[in-house]
Ligand binder design. Structure first.
Ligand code: G3I
Length: 479
């Protein structure tokens, strides 16, 4: 199987090289929709006859990307409505589109896609907030702290508009170079911490949406760029930087193809405690075997939450003359469609936690720091300290710091806390919870159980409920 070489296989923002290798585009119309014969008996209902129905059987989604011009394309909309349950705007939520002039936000194009998608039962992925490309023109005149401030202001402005409405946000897009180091850009020049600053700003602006890092050419586990991104996510999780998911764009196009290590890459990221998703999939000539393989890899990883193709028909693709999508120009599903559908229906894993989406705050979190005093518990070798990181009508975001005040390294920790009556735990990051109401316990995630002497780590959580009373009876134990 071909893997990605050390040279860049594709470029962003332009037509790039088209490596069709003399292979003619496959455009075989499939007149009827085949469904899997190997669907799992332990999953709900009969095999799904559409991409979204098949994906939903294992708690996943199947998404597409659309430009605003497709809102006038009845053929596109018919397939989108029939087959997909997640939508990404191709360009309309990018920085140049949403903040063309400083402080003047324009959400008309993004909102039009959002409204159509949600009116047709879809969820929406936000794409994207901080990127070296498609920046507002005024960013070009800024650098240093002024550009950093403009980035934070942009994140706040856009995320406040969409607060509580989106399922995921690609907070940072394509920040790595092919050799695994950071890509040179004006944002990178503001300081190496620009990515974590973006994520922290994003969490504060909308604590209910999952925050993703998104990139291409990170599908091959042995590739330097994959390892560079992996090291960053591992570091972020260890230090409590709020990242919830990694988007692998999955452009097997322009000559690249599905690497044999793809599932290993997905499971390795997932083991860090993040969701993974295939966010912009397309494959040269829609090779059915590669589409089957990329779908299968996702289905084999419980935290792979869904797949999005970058367009629906070949005529929607940024690489249209590679015929890389699941539907041809006449809207007919290709053989790759059937291979994807069958792989979705044969899934044996259910995505954890997707039945309870992150809480959706209903009002603006306060700009002043919360007044809740810290609560500290002391049993065992560690201590747990709570602080409120924001609250709104119907819930709050909490953070617990687990401190090792002893002289020996902690090898794992468990925090117990008691939620007030009527409160429910909606989402936990950097920890694994047991129970969602009353007394709940949160133990360390796979990557933050080891806490050195006099060091600390933390986990975060969202609580839904009519009161924002802080949790009581905090305690921390270590084996
Ligand atoms: O809207 C103008 C139009 O007025 C003008 O006549 C025309 C002339 O070229 O350009 C139009 O804008 C183009 C825009 O797409 C809308 O079609 C831009 O030039 C073109 O650069 C832009 O390309 C987009 C590209 O991102 C930019 O980086 C593609 O549509 C979009 O599919 C692509 O999406 C990216 C993801 O965001 C990140 N991952 C890679 C992916 C594919 O490159």
């Amino acid at each position: 199987m071909t893997t990605i070489s050390t040279r860049s296989r594709r470029r962003t923002g332009g037509p790039g090289r088209l490596l069709l290798g003399g292979v003619c585009a496959v455009a075989i119309a499939v007149s009827s929709v085949a469904v899997a014969t190997s669907a799992r008996a332990d999953l709900p209902g009969p095999p799904g006859a559409t991409l979204k129905a098949a994906a939903e059987r294992s708690g996943r989604y199947f998404g597409a990307a659309m430009g605003g011009d497709r809102l006038n394309d009845a053929g596109f909309l018919a397939i989108a409505n029939r087959e997909f349950d997640m939508m990404t705007a191709v360009n309309e939520m990018k920085p140049d589109a949403t903040e063309p002039n400083r402080g003047q936000f324009d959400f008309r194009a993004g909102d039009a896609i959002y409204t159509w998608a949600t009116q047709h039962g879809m969820r929406v992925r936000g794409h994207t907030l901080a990127w070296h490309a498609q920046q507002p023109r005024f960013w070009a005149g800024l650098s240093g702290s002024a550009l950093r401030t403009a980035m934070i202001d942009h994140i706040n402005g856009v995320m406040t508009h969409y607060r509580g409405k989106l399922a995921y946000w690609d907070v940072v897009n394509e920040a790595f170079a092919e050799n695994g180091s950071r890509r040179s850009s004006n944002l990178q020049s503001t300081g190496n911490d620009w990515i974590e600053v973006a994520f922290r700003a994003a969490r504060a602006a909308d604590p209910g949406v999952k925050l993703c890092y998104n990139d291409y050419n990170i599908e091959n586990w042995t590739y330097a760029k994959t390892q560079g991104v992996y090291a960053m996510i591992r570091d972020f999780k260890a230090r409590g930087v709020p990242v919830d998911c990694v988007g692998l764009q999955t452009h097997f196009t322009g000559g690249s193809s599905l690497p044999g290590t793809f599932q290993q890459t997905l499971s390795s990221f997932a083991a860090l405690g993040v969701d993974v998703a295939l966010t912009e999939a397309d494959v040269t000539n829609a090779a059915a075997g590669q589409y089957q393989g990329l779908t299968q890899a996702c289905m084999n990883v419980p935290r792979c939450v869904g797949i999005t193709t970058w367009g629906i028909r070949d005529s929607d693709s940024w690489r249209g003359n590679e015929s890389p999508l699941l539907f041809d120009r006449n809207s007919n599903p290709k053989p790759a469609y059937t291979s994807v559908l069958n792989a979705l229906n044969a899934a044996s894993t259910t995505v954890p936690g997707t039945s309870t989406p992150p809480s959706t705050p209903t009002s603006t979190p306060p700009s002043t720091p919360p007044s809740t005093p810290p609560v500290t518990g002391q049993p065992g070798a560690c201590t747990a300290t709570f602080r409120s990181a924001g609250h709104w009508d119907g819930g709050y975001q909490g953070e617990v710091t687990v401190a090792n005040n002893g002289s020996a390294v902690l090898n794992g920790w468990t925090v117990q806390l008691t939620l007030a009556g009527g409160q429910t735990l909606a989402n936990v990051w950097n920890g694994v919870n047991t129970g969602t109401s009353g007394t709940v316990s949160v133990r360390n995630a796979a990557y933050n159980g080891s806490v050195g002497a006099n060091a600390s780590t933390s986990f975060g959580f969202l609580v839904n409920g009519s009161s924002d009373a802080a949790p009581g009876a905090l305690s921390c134990t270590s084996p």
